[in-house]
Design a protein around this ligand. Structure first.
Ligand SMILES: NC(=O)c1ccc[n+]([C@@H]2O[C@H](COP(=O)([O-])OP(=O)(O)OC[C@H]3O[C@@H](n4cnc5c(N)ncnc54)[C@H](O)[C@@H]3O)[C@@H](O)[C@H]2O)c1
Length: 316
């Protein structure tokens, strides 16, 4: 393989783990990590890294040309909670970066694109349980609107220009390597840090707020799985529903209490509650399972064990 993979937004929660996994798989020379800021030592220590603004088409094209990139994973975006504070900036970043990459694929400067969507494409009028692949989509957040619009453009570029763009609707993602990037499901990561540090957690989402979640390793496997699948198997060119586990804050607390019996949770919902209330509780991902063999592995207790085991050192 002469060509390389470019990850844009490589220093974020998903980009960091994706970069490390792809470097392991293909070798450090084959992967170019990029972001608008520098990342942690795992990202910066080994392999190619470029400071790159995803909204700057000429700069993105230059990196693609210099490194002979044929595949782009576009992970740069402004996430749901922050986007509500900066709607115009969020729209600009989320849409301009996507158009830049789709247009480079349309002009045959790259061959394959991965772009993540989110469960935020759904809204209050969407059926909340086992949300189907095809359903009512009336997102009420800036972030959700940008992801739904992005899905439409991905499908359009595929249908009109044969762009090989692949996408999944990630649920809330749980990982310990980096801090979460300002989303509505961030509580489900913060809670483990607080459990170890303070033995208690004040949740910004209320008791009973069930949301779809996934452990990061599952999300990375899904991302690489959909990119590895034969082109003919990818029948959905907007974005695939993807599911792992669904749970509420009190479920995480109960799972933590199995390991730290004195752990306590309290509830003080803020503006993120309204966002969470507009999202589904569980997702039907049978089409992803059928089309490209998706299967999740981690349930809540397995996630809790990994999070506590790996974060323990940090708070000793
Ligand atoms: N983490 C989740 O739970 C989750 C859930 C659903 C969808 N997603 C989607 O997955 C993708 C990655 O999410 P994440 O959680 O890793 O986000 P993150 O906020 O942790 O990382 C995004 C990265 O993009 C970088 N970035 C910001 N502006 C940039 C620019 N102009 N040019 C280049 N880089 C820039 C940031 O520095 C950051 O490192 C996003 O599209 C997000 O919408 C994430």
């Amino acid at each position: 393989m002469k060509s390389r993979i470019l990850i844009i937004g490589a220093c974020g929660q998903i980009g960091t783990e994706l970069t490390l996994t792809l470097r392991n798989r293909f070798g450090a020379d084959k992967v170019v990590a990029s972001d608008i800021r520098e990342g942690n030592e795992d990202i910066m220590g080994e392999g190619h890294f470029e400071l790159l603004d995803a909204t700057d088409l000429a700069a993105v094209e230059d990196v693609i040309f210099r490194y002979k990139v044929d595949t782009v994973y576009l992970m740069a975006a402004m996430l749901s909670a922050i986007a509500e504070r900066f709607p115009a900036k969020a729209w600009h970043l989320n849409m301009t970066s996507l158009f830049n990459v789709l247009n480079l694929a349309k002009d045959k400067k790259i061959k394959k694109v991965f772009w993540p969507s989110s469960i935020a494409v759904f809204g209050e009028t969407t059926p909340a349980q086992d949300t189907p692949q095809l359903t009512v989509m009336e997102p009420s957040t800036v972030y959700g609107i940008s992801k739904q619009t992005g899905e439409r453009w991905c499908e359009y570029y595929h249908n009109k220009y044969d762009v090989d763009v692949r996408s999944i609707r990630y649920p809330g993602l749980i990982s310990y390597t980096t801090e979460p990037g300002g989303g509505t499901t961030d509580y489900a990561v913060d809670i483990y840090h607080r459990a170890l540090k303070h033995g208690q957690y004040r949740s910004f989402l209320n008791k009973g707020t069930i949301l779809p979640m996934m452990y990061m390793d599952d999300a990375i496997r899904a991302t690489i799985g959909i990119m590895d699948a034969p082109k003919k198997n990818i029948k959905v060119r907007s974005s695939y529903n993807l599911a792992g586990v669904s749970y509420a804050p009190e479920d995480v607390a109960a799972s933590i209490q199995k390991v730290i019996p004195n752990f306590e949770i309290s509830y003080e919902p803020d503006f993120r509650q309204a966002i969470a209330d507009s999202w589904p509780e569980s997702i039907d991902d049978s089409i992803a399972r059928k089309d490209w063999g998706w299967e999740h592995k981690f349930d809540l207790d397995a996630i809790t064990k990994i999070m506590l085991d790996n974060l323990e050192e940090r708070y000793k």
